[in-house]
Design a binder for this molecule. Structure first.
Ligand SMILES: NC(=O)N[C@@H](CC(=O)O)C(=O)O
Length: 431
């Protein structure tokens, strides 16, 4: 079957047709137009399938908040065709058995590629290195290692992890948070934290670990990826490390591109996240860093939590926000509508670059003939209020509930298979 997408606005801004056949993009000029299924893409923006390097799918062990199957539904709805699943499951993804289980569940769900992330340390305990080689060599083919949720605080352990990863062409994705500087911290350290009587979280807790890790990565000749950069100071450290030629990449979350600590005033657990929402100057610096390439990618840090984990005193609530279904709209609002990124830039920071960091094949030539047909059609003119009832994941702990966001993901193809049609996730088994 051939599908013809007519009149889409593609990455350079030009309007052209795209054709999907046998899982790949083919030359529309060679297609029998009468026999093809046609999708009218006029007025729509075509993007390559989005890739999320930082998703919590919660399975195994956290199925009350999310499963691989519900998580990939949310991913597809948000325009994602590939998600990297974080290792802080229960049991932790520190053995081939767990990463292979997550990978298999992803294949069964079929809506997006699920690439398990392996733990850096056994049990995320920060004491003993997990067997990175075994995870990389497993059927799940792990390429990214992270203790996310926890910082690899021990410099010696981080050094060894970077050395092992370098030998495997893998990357260590560090959750940069000095635990000694963040004991009991639940929000950004600021006058507002003092006013609200909540323990603050200094920017230096993040930046100091990134500075240390950059030097360790340089010494090891390894690739370092910094998870969820949240402050001006960290941006500056990443900028300096890049200028020095260190193989460092960094991500920013959609929520850190749009929201500030002011939201914590209502003590609503939905706004509690790790790292915390910061100040306006941080939001501005993060946007500029994403625009100028200091920050390489947007990653959601989609972190589903069951209602009871959030509907409690702010200090006791779980850290985390769901984000797969709102990421593109937030990026449109914060980066495209502000003139900081064009759609080609969005494709770079939400697809090509995260795939490159995670060594995921098939995303290096976005929307090019011959590439796998991972395609998203977005209506940039649509606007909608985010409602809990419309979210496809199992948890609704979104900071954007009740907020109007631009952009609607209308159609998605994952390897040529339609996963979203007219804004609805297409169910019906594995690819
Ligand atoms: N980002 C979050 O706020 N939460 C993450 C882990 C973490 O604490 O980083 C989660 O797994 O819930």
């Amino acid at each position: 079957m051939t599908t013809l997408l007519t009149g889409a606005r593609v990455l350079g801004g030009e309007v052209r047709d795209l054709a999907i056949e046998g899982g790949a993009l083919v030359d529309p000029a060679t297609v029998d137009r009468d026999a093809a299924e046609t999708v009218d893409a006029s007025g729509l923006v075509a993007l390559p399938g989005l890739v999320d390097l930082h998703t919590h799918l919660r399975q195994p062990g956290g199925e009350q908040a999310e499963t691989v199957a519900t998580g990939v539904r949310a991913a597809a709805a948000g325009g994602y065709t590939c998600v990297f699943a974080m290792a802080n499951t229960s049991p932790v993804a520190d053995t081939p058995a767990v990463v292979e289980q997550v990978h298999r569940l992803g294949l069964e769900a079929g809506l997006a590629t699920v690439r398990p992330i392996g733990a850096v340390s056994v049990g995320l305990a920060g004491e003993r290195l997990a067997d990175l080689g075994m995870l990389a060599g497993s059927a799940a083919r792990v390429t990214v290692f992270s203790d996310d949720g926890h910082c690899v605080a021990d410099a010696e352990l981080m050094r060894r992890a970077l050395e092992h990863a370098a030998a495997l062409d893998a990357v260590i994705a560090q959750h940069a948070q000095d635990p000694a500087l963040t004991r009991g911290a639940v929000m950004h350290e600021s006058p507002l934290a003092a006013e609200l009587g909540l323990t603050g979280w200094p920017s230096a807790a993040e930046a100091s670990i990134v500075a240390r890790d950059a030097m360790l990565a340089e010494a090891a000749g390894a690739r370092l990826h910094v998870c969820h950069v949240s402050t001006v100071e960290t941006v500056e450290v990443v900028r300096q490390a890049k200028a020095r030629g260190i193989a460092i990449t960094a991500e920013v979350t959609p929520h850190h591109l749009l929201l500030t600590e002011e939201l914590v005033r209502g003590y609503d657990g939905r706004f509690k996240v790790n790292p915390p929402l910061r100040a306006d100057r941080d939001v501005q610096a993060l946007r500029e860093a994403l625009a100028d390439g200091t920050i390489d990618i947007v990653a959601t840090d989609h972190a589903p939590h069951a209602p009871e984990a959030k509907q409690t005193a702010f200090a006791d609530a779980a850290f985390g926000m769901v984000g797969l279904e709102t990421a593109l709209g937030v990026v449109q609002q914060s980066m495209v509508e502000t003139g900081l990124l064009d759609w080609a830039g969005v494709a770079r920071v939400m697809s090509t670059a995260p795939a490159a960091i995670g060594r995921e094949p098939g995303y290096d030539a976005p929307l090019a003939i011959g590439s796998p047909a991972h395609v998203v059609l977005v209506d940039p003119g649509a606007r909608a209020v985010v409602e809990a009832s419309s979210l496809k994941g199992r948890s609704a702990n979104s900071p954007f509930l009740g907020v109007e966001l631009p952009g609607r993901v209308l159609h998605v193809w994952h390897g040529g298979r339609r996963t979203v049609a007219d804004g609805e996730v297409v169910t019906g088994g594995a690819a």
